[in-house]
Every structure is written in C-alpha cells, then in structure tokens.
Design a protein around this ligand. Sequence first.
Ligand SMILES: NC(=O)c1ccc[n+]([C@@H]2O[C@H](COP(=O)([O-])OP(=O)(O)OC[C@H]3O[C@@H](n4cnc5c(N)ncnc54)[C@H](OP(=O)(O)O)[C@@H]3O)[C@@H](O)[C@H]2O)c1
Length: 214
Amino acid sequence: MRIGIIGAGAMARALGGGWAAAGHEIVVGARTSAAAAAEAIGHGARAVTVGEAARFGEATLLALPVSALDDVLREDPEIYSGRTLIDCTNAFTPDVGGFALSEPAVAERIAATAPGARVVKAFNLLAAEVWAGSDRVFEGRPLTVPVCGDDADAVATVAGLAEDLKLRPVHAGGLSRARYLEATSAFVVGLWFAGHDARAVFPPLEAAFAVEDE
Ligand SMILES: NC(=O)c1ccc[n+]([C@@H]2O[C@H](COP(=O)([O-])OP(=O)(O)OC[C@H]3O[C@@H](n4cnc5c(N)ncnc54)[C@H](OP(=O)(O)O)[C@@H]3O)[C@@H](O)[C@H]2O)c1
C-alpha cells in the first residue's frame, strides 16, 4: 500500500519503518527533517514535501505535534477527502500528577477540519520505541491496539497496518470514542512517568468480571 507520512520524528520513523519493512511504499513529508527520516525508515522510503505526502497514498499518517495540525490540514483540506487519515497524536500538557489534555478531542477536530477524510485514531497509547521494537507479547498477552473510526473500510485498513507490525488490532468504536483513547493516554503515561506500573492497575480479563474474550 502507498502510505504518506506527514511529520518526520519518532512516530513517523517507528511506524513508517515497520510498514516499509512489511513491504509498503512510504513517503515522508515535513518542513526540514524528511530526508533524515526517509533514510532512517529505509526500504526505499522517500522524502517529499508535506503536500506531496498528503496526496501520495490511500492512507496518510499524521505524525505531528497537535499544535501543527491546523497549519497542515488547513493548507488544503480537500486533499484528504476519501483517504484513510491515521491520527496517532496526543495533546499532552503537563499537569500535577502527570499529563492533562490541551484539548479534549483531537481526532474529532481533525475530522471536522478535513471533511471527507476517513479519520481513524490508533497508535497514540504507546511510545514510539514500543512500536519500533520487536516485543509483541507481554506476560502471554498479545500487544493490542485499539482502533477508533467511523468508516469500516478505513478501520479495516488501519487494523491491517497494525497486523503488519505484528500487533493485535481491536475495533474500539467510532471516532466519537477516540477522545477516550486520548484521555487514556494522558492518564496512563502520567502513571508511567511517575514510576507506577499502569498494567498492574488492571487484572487479566478472566478476573475482571467482563465478557469473555472470543
Ligand atoms: N513519540 C512518542 O513516543 C509518541 C507516542 C504516541 C503518540 N505520539 C504523538 O505523535 C505525534 C508525533 O510525535 P513524535 O514524537 O513523532 O514528534 P516529533 O519527534 O517531535 O516529530 C514531529 C515532526 O513533526 C514535524 N512538524 C512539526 N511541525 C510541522 C509543520 N507545521 N508541518 C510539517 N511538519 C511539521 C517535524 O519536522 P519539521 O520540523 O522538519 O517540520 C517533526 O518531524 C505527537 O502528536 C505525539 O503526541 C508520540
């Protein structure tokens, strides 16, 4: 699949590197750092302009600071129409005890700014180092990626891209639920930064009185 990545930092390299290794055709667009990122991603990844990255693929990853989203999306919102637009961003701001969100629902704002884009939230919960790594099973549990989006085809595309990274995708609802992924990230990363094992907050499913996994 052709994937355009906007932003050329840690997330672009981690996700782009895995997708390139899985055989996808990757271009990276940023203001100054695209060439270095394309080289780091390898497997024929190319540096292009931000506009070219936006136009390139059937899927586009927004690997940008939240503060840059408006600049990038408002340049030509029509470009994204019909494309799968993957949002991995977090609107973190420092807060007592961890992080808060500088805005409550980034994925929904992206969808409002680029009408026609098939926005899917995914990959925002974990650090780039985890996505770039090879550990995919922890304590016998496959590393699972919640995916939120309204367009079934786009959700399936992103689920496939998660599988290409040897991850286990789960469709966790429509885009209106992406704000919970964003809040979860702020809360859990705050726990981790404070030195607590966030995983220990939750018992395994079989002890959670939840519906059994299928
Ligand atoms: N790093 C993580 O572990 C992690 C984990 C989960 C989610 N996230 C989220 O993922 C997003 C990206 O994080 P990151 O760590 O990859 O960021 P990063 O390493 O700081 O890289 C951000 C990239 O955005 C580009 N950029 C900034 N402003 C731009 C603009 N106006 N137009 C075009 N490109 C622009 C920068 O390149 P130029 O300066 O060359 O333009 C840079 O390559 C953030 O929203 C972050 O919260 C990060």
